[in-house]
Ligand binder design. Structure first.
Ligand code: FES
Length: 105
């Protein structure tokens, strides 16, 4: 399945994700350096913060309770914020569009 990572509209990178991998793993294995993921997916760092394109929010779904609490530690979270280590890639997320937070560029 494909994922597009963009930085405010420019320098888009389309990468191939494997189903079952998290979005965070997908970013790291494809050299998306803006996602730090300091805690390695343990839901304790918020450095894997991303914005999901509004059109995709329904399919991706809202953060869980623990994730929402951790998102408050991220810089400028909003209604499209998710932690990428908590999004598991699956077939119906093919074409997913992600914007990297300005604070991580
Ligand atoms: Fe640390 Fe996602 S990698 S919270």
């Amino acid at each position: 399945v494909k994922v597009r990572f963009s930085k405010t509209g420019k320098d888009d990178r389309i990468v191939e994700a494997s189903e079952g991998d998290t979005l965070m793993q997908t970013a790291l294995s494809n050299g998306i350096d803006e996602i730090l993921a300091d805690c390695g997916g343990a839901l304790s760092c918020a450095t894997c913060h991303v914005h999901v394109a509004p059109d995709w929010m329904d399919r991706v779904g809202p953060p869980g309770d623990e994730e929402a609490a951790m998102l408050e530690m991220a810089v400028d979270p909003d209604g499209t914020s998710r932690l990428s280590c908590q999004i598991v890639m699956r077939a119906d997320l093919d074409g997913l569009e992600i914007t990297l937070p300005k604070s991580q560029l």
